[in-house]
Design a binder for this molecule. Structure first.
Ligand SMILES: C[S@@+](CC[C@H](N)C(=O)[O-])C[C@H]1O[C@@H](n2cnc3c(N)ncnc32)[C@H](O)[C@@H]1O
Length: 159
């Protein structure tokens, strides 16, 4: 059961970790290489960014602006501090929000990235809702999988 104390312990254990799920910079880079024809300065949204290892990787892999969204403020503070230290602070915006009620107009992004977070919303509901935020030709890249399952990366492109 998700008690307040349980959540406090969960976040205490998770505090200061580089990331909140499987993966590494190499796999982010490999996945990103599959996205052809992105604009040189894409507008990117990272949903459920956690402390933001992949957010910073995306900022290094593009010259665009990255919006990173999470509903746990300490993760966002960690990400902002890491971005500043890496000299990426001007291109990474960490914002507090709910993935199920995103505060962006339709067709705002060239790329939506979600590692290990879409399951929280529900896979199908997430795809349907988030797709509306993509510009024509934009990409939705999600890493999905549950406990004990293989993680898979799914990339979908809008027409
Ligand atoms: C498994 S972690 C993945 C974090 C990061 N993408 C990674 O791979 O390291 C899931 C993240 O989703 C965030 N989260 C949970 N529910 C959320 C919600 N409703 N809206 C936004 N973020 C949420 C959590 O705080 C956590 O950072």
């Amino acid at each position: 059961m998700r008690t307040e104390k349980g959540m406090q312990i969960f976040f205490e254990i998770h505090s200061g970790l580089p990331r909140e799920g499987p993966g590494d910079s190499r796999s982010t880079k490999r996945a990103f290489a599959l996205l052809s024809d992105l604009p040189p300065e894409p507008h990117v949204l990272d949903i459920g960014c956690g402390p933001g290892m992949q957010t910073l990787d995306l900022a290094r892999l593009t010259r665009g602006q990255i919006v990173a969204l999470d509903n746990h403020q300490p993760f966002l503070d960690e990400l902002s501090a890491r971005a500043r230290r890496a000299g990426l602070g001007s291109r990474v915006q960490a914002i507090y929000g709910d993935m199920e009620d995103l505060p962006f107009p339709r067709a705002s992004f060239d790329l939506i990235w979600a590692e290990g977070s879409i399951y929280i919303f529900g896979f199908e509901k997430g795809l349907r809702a988030w797709k509306t935020l993509l510009r024509a030709g934009g990409y939705l890249a999600v890493k999905a999988g549950g406990a004990g399952e293989r993680y898979v990366l799914i990339i979908q492109r809008t027409r």
